[in-house]
Design a protein around this ligand. Structure first.
Ligand code: IPE
Ligand code: IPE
Ligand code: MG
Length: 247
């Protein structure tokens, strides 16, 4: 059955964020090392971007490396960084083909120089693509992002570029790494873990959360569409009553 037929294209989430989790366990299940799991994560990324684009999702944000992930063994961190560099290079023609605009959020200065360079190049090359914005969260932590925003806002207040009384939610939004993205409508986490792990805390304030036991390297179009269908079956009330929503 084509699950896409069950999706209402007028009501798809604008922004889907994904915590791609379970690579290590997937590899372990096959008697392999964790890095083998990371290497097999790319198919799932491709499927998600393609599937999202086909149902009018305009932005997809992938949690690829957290600020906390720096604490993993050096061998694994290095492998993840080389994978990032190689995959970005390799996928560029596909991004161009599919109209994917690449974007990134996080403390990018802490990435290896080579990764920063490839990332900058791919972002520049794809900047006029219009189908979907694909954001990679790299060396990303929501708390770091908020600290960074507060510092930048405070600087403006000290320099008298900004009036303290004028600070509102939009001011915060505009100083986050995601300033050019809409709020997250749907957050998917794979691998059975049910936590946020320092991802997009501000932006997910009213997101619908979807958890699946599927491990990231096994995640395919059908799983992505299951999440979209579940999202469409939820009633987003934003504090109102159900009657107010259906009226
Ligand atoms: C997600 O898979 C990838 C990253 C965090 C980079 P994990 O590496 O966390 O896999 P598990 O959770 O140990 O199975
Ligand atoms: C979250 O996964 C980060 C990414 C998917 C990049 P982790 O596997 O690092 O999260 P925890 O440690 O289970 O919370
Ligand atoms: Mg994990």
């Amino acid at each position: 059955m084509d699950k896409k037929l069950n999706i209402d294209l007028q009501k798809t989430p604008k922004h889907v964020a994904i915590i791609m989790d379970g690579n290590g366990r997937w590899a372990k299940g096959k008697g392999m090392n964790r890095i083998f799991g990371h290497r097999n994560a790319l198919t799932a990324v491709r499927e998600c971007v393609k599937s999202a684009s086909q149902v009018n999702v305009k932005a997809i944000t992938l949690y690829a490396f957290s600020t906390e992930n720096w604490n993993r063994p050096k061998l694994e961190v290095d492998a993840l960084m080389s994978l990032l560099i190689n995959s970005l290079k390799k996928e560029l023609p596909e991004f161009m083909n599919q109209g994917v605009q690449v974007n990134s959020i996080g403390c990018l200065d802490s990435l290896p120089n080579k990764a920063q360079k490839v990332l900058k190049d791919v972002i520049l090359e794809t900047k006029n693509n219009k189908e979907i914005v694909l954001t990679f969260a790299l060396s990303y932590g929501a708390r770091e992002e908020i600290v960074n925003a507060i510092k930048n806002i405070s600087k403006k207040v000290v320099n008298k570029e900004l009036n303290l009384e004028k600070i509102d939610e939009n001011t915060i939004n505009n100083h986050l790494y995601t300033f050019n993205l809409p709020d997250v409508d749907l957050m998917i986490r794979t691998s059975g873990e049910q936590r946020i792990s320092n991802f997009l805390l501000w932006q997910m304030a009213y997101a619908e959360l979807y958890f699946t036991d599927v491990l990231w390297p096994d995640f395919r179009q059908e799983h992505f569409y299951d999440a979209i269908i579940e999202y469409q079956n939820r009633e987003r009330r934003f504090g109102k009553t159900s009657e107010q929503i259906t009226e």
